[in-house]
Design a protein around this ligand. Structure first.
Ligand SMILES: [Zn+2]
Length: 237
């Protein structure tokens, strides 16, 4: 489907934790009796945000926006409910599968890659907050219900790199809208206590074509005012 490299767009910048950010290791958010919910760390012990977490949140927001726009969108993450299982032709795939990929009888790769996001500067101390787990069925506090949740402090900045290939105009517009929408919702755990508000500070955008890689053409770089113009033109930012 995208055997040609028509246009690659590279977004670079920072993800800023506006409020404390808890990216866990994928365990359920609150388990009764859980005393410690550590943040996910790399082998050097530094917290990071996996590209897959970013992608998951951005895709979920893209789906909600597309539905609001009256588009039919399939229902991940169960592969049986995704276009790759439900449709016979790639042309019929929903806009979110076209952007972010699908598995199934027909699988297509994501046109957008989210790199793992590492701290721009070494993080010293992590926050630890204690909470009380409520038994949702009984509405009571159960025994052993105290838990400690770890988070990176507000103000922490992570590297941001998103690489998008061959996006159609409407796909690029939806991607940009979804990024904005994630900023107004949350990333990671404990959003009900205000965790996970983030800001995507895009510092520059590079557009590269096959000619660029062949040394026959220049890349286009947008930053500052030209970046503002670019975002406005592509996404109505
Ligand atoms: Zn789909």
């Amino acid at each position: 489907m995208f055997e040609k490299l028509e246009r690659r767009i590279i977004f670079s910048g920072k993800i800023e934790a506006v409020t404390p950010l808890h990216i866990g290791s994928g365990k359920p958010e609150v388990e009764i009796g859980e005393v410690d919910m550590p943040v996910l760390t790399d082998p050097n012990g530094q917290p990071y945000i996996p590209g897959s977490s970013l992608k998951g949140r951005v895709r979920a927001e893209a789906e909600r926006i597309a539905r609001e726009e009256g588009l039919t969108v399939c229902k991940p993450p169960d592969v049986r409910n995704m276009c790759g299982s439900l449709k016979d032709n790639i042309e019929d795939f929903c806009i979110c599968c076209r952007i972010f990929g699908t598995a199934g009888n027909i699988s297509i790769a994501s046109k957008v890659k989210f790199r793992d996001a590492y701290p721009a500067e070494k993080i010293g101390t992590l926050l630890e907050r204690t909470g009380i787990a409520i038994d949702r069925e009984k509405g009571t506090v159960s025994k052993h219900a105290l838990y400690t949740i770890q988070a990176v402090p507000a103000g922490t900045k992570f590297s941001l790199e998103i690489v998008a290939e061959n996006l159609a105009d409407d796909e690029l517009k939806l991607l940009l809208a979804a990024l904005k929408s994630v900023e107004d919702s949350a990333l990671g755990g404990s959003s009900t206590r205000g965790f996970g508000k983030v800001k995507f500070n895009i510092e520059n955008v590079r557009e590269r074509t096959a000619k660029y890689y062949l040394g026959e053409g220049e890349e286009k770089v947008f930053t500052g005012e030209s970046l503002k113009e670019w975002l406005k033109e592509k996404g109505g930012f």
